[in-house]
Design a protein around this ligand. Structure first.
Ligand code: 5RP
Length: 220
């Protein structure tokens, strides 16, 4: 019987547990795939020293399992970060932020030595951008930033009723041609009022584990 998308997410989250080593502080992503990873980690929580969470939601789930959540400022480098993605290309450039946690995700990814991205096979694409690219924006800059995004060829849509863990808003850019993710990430970050954009290309994933109907595929 064919695996559902959620079963593929679970399968790939379990595969990521193999990257967890004794005494590690593990960076934890956000979303349904990361949730499967958290649930798996709970079964081996005695092995790790603690975690750093990329969102309040993940922190709450970790604590619910009795797993220690630490402040990033209280730890040094993080040996391992495990998180999902909305899209990945074959260079492991990602679009993230479907759940709105992109800024903290990008911070934890930046602080991590190894970023293992976990996703079901539908997330691997030839070109990034079919998934609307999330941008976290300081609330007072919303209209200004939206106008700049239109000039860059995108169609920004305000994510109604959503406030990030940092108290900001999200604009999702639709129909943006992302020919050069590394360059676009820098361009978007240089717009005043933008906190972070959901392109993870300057710091891509190091390993992409993909859940497929035929098992877990690893791309490096
Ligand atoms: C949250 C994210 C998630 O990693 C992304 O949205 C994928 O989510 P899911 O694992 O539920 O498919 O970037 O901000």
């Amino acid at each position: 019987m064919a695996l559902s998308q959620d079963e593929m997410k679970q399968q790939v989250a379990e595969a990521a547990l193999e990257y967890v080593e004794s005494g590690m502080i593990v960076g934890i992503g956000t979303g349904s795939t990361a949730n499967h990873f958290i649930d798996g980690l709970a079964k081996m929580k005695g092995k790790i020293d603690g975690t750093v969470a990329s969102s309040e939601a993940s922190a709450e789930r970790l604590r619910g399992h009795g797993i220690e959540v630490m402040e990033l400022n209280a730890v040094g480098n993080i040996p391992l970060y495990v998180d999902g993605a909305d899209e990945s290309n074959k260079y492991l450039h990602l679009i993230k932020g479907g759940g709105g946690a992109l800024t903290r995700e990008k911070i934890v990814a930046a602080a991590a030595e190894k970023f293992v991205c976990i996703a079901d096979e539908s997330k691997l694409v030839d070109m990034l951008g079919a998934f609307p690219l999330p941008i976290e924006v300081i609330p007072m800059a919303r209209s200004y930033v939206a106008r700049q995004l239109v000039k860059l060829g995108g169609e920004p849509v305000y994510r109604e009723g959503f406030v990030t863990d940092n108290g900001n808003i999200i604009l999702d850019i639709h129909n943006m041609e992302i020919l050069n993710p590394v360059e676009l990430e820098v361009t978007l970050n240089s717009i005043v009022g933008v906190v972070t954009n959901g392109l993870f290309a300057q710091r891509p994933a190091d390993v992409l584990l993909l859940g497929t109907q035929d098992g877990v595929r690893s791309i490096t």
